[in-house]
Design a binder for this molecule. Structure first.
Ligand SMILES: Cc1cc2nc3c(=O)[nH]c(=O)nc-3n(C[C@H](O)[C@H](O)[C@H](O)COP(=O)(O)O)c2cc1C
Length: 126
């Protein structure tokens, strides 16, 4: 499967409810992953999970954001057609307009050195 390389100015944003179900995704997110907004809304965010991602990374992510802190890290995701793309994500707790608990992730393009480092780290965590 081919790697999708983000543009320098890509900025992929998604929001979830407190259980990690998608409630919003912006145009850049949709363009890169290949899903439509309708296909994503209400689905668990693991819809773009890539099998190479270690469970431990997501445990640390959830432990961090549930304790009210900001998580940053590298994530390898799977697009709808099976291709993959790396992002550097910043994920944090938020509140939606109804006052309900939510989480937001904003993602930029990682550079090649960052990807190589993340690949090595995640291989040891498998
Ligand atoms: C705001 C937010 C954004 C997330 N973004 C991603 C993502 O881009 N890719 C991903 O694999 N998991 C993402 N997750 C983590 C998923 O909720 C999930 O924990 C992960 O895909 C592992 O799936 P599993 O918990 O079913 O094993 C995100 C979670 C939150 C709260």
């Amino acid at each position: 499967m081919a790697e999708i390389i983000l543009n320098d100015n890509h900025f992929l944003v998604s929001q979830t409810d407190s259980h990690g179900r998608i409630t919003f995704a912006n145009e850049d997110f949709l363009k890169v992953c290949g899903f439509s907004l309708n296909e994503l809304i209400g689905k668990p965010h693991s819809i773009v999970r890539h099998p190479d991602m270690p469970k431990a990374a997501f445990k640390q992510l959830w432990d961090t954001i549930q304790s009210g802190k900001v998580w940053t890290g590298f994530v390898k995701n799977r697009a709808k057609n099976g291709d993959f793309y790396w992002v550097y994500a910043t994920i944090m707790h938020a509140t939606n307009c109804s006052g309900e608990k939510a989480y937001i992730s904003a993602r930029r393009k990682p550079n090649r050195a960052e990807i190589v480092e993340a690949e090595e780290l995640y291989r040891t965590l498998q």
